[in-house]
Design a binder for this molecule. Sequence first.
Ligand code: NI
Length: 169
Amino acid sequence: MIRPILKYGEGVLHEKARTVDALTPEIDRLVDDMIETMYAAPGIGLAAPQVGEPVRIFVADISVGRDPNGLIVLINPEFVERDGMQLEEEGCLSVPGFNATVVRPSRAVIKGLDRLGTEQRHEATGLLARAFQHEMDHLDGTLFVDRLRGIKRDLIVRKIRKLTRAGKW
Ligand code: NI
């Protein structure tokens, strides 16, 4: 089921998500919904808080479905290593219409459980490393906008407030 994606300013998007205690049928259904919602958007990543569920799960596929092995589902993910630096434009399904350059480590090693409860480890550089860090931020209630400073951040926040007041957000 495609679920509505929460937008900047809404509820659990800005809260720290909790650890998944058990891989229940509800969690399995949530993962299915997240995958369907990500591909429908379309997006290269989606975290559970974006569909209103404050739990530590994200899905990512930088091929957006073109690579049959491209889909990554991680439950209770944790960084093992991060290094380097990259500066690229970034956007978010929860902040539609806005992009900004965000500084991120250029390489990330991450581990977590897949939907069967098996530990997975992924090493990524470039776009996938960026996607991992963007989605991990979501699990801590942080959006890319929160990583910007000064005028850039104020400008986006002001525009969002204006759209919200106009009922267009
Ligand atoms: Ni996002």
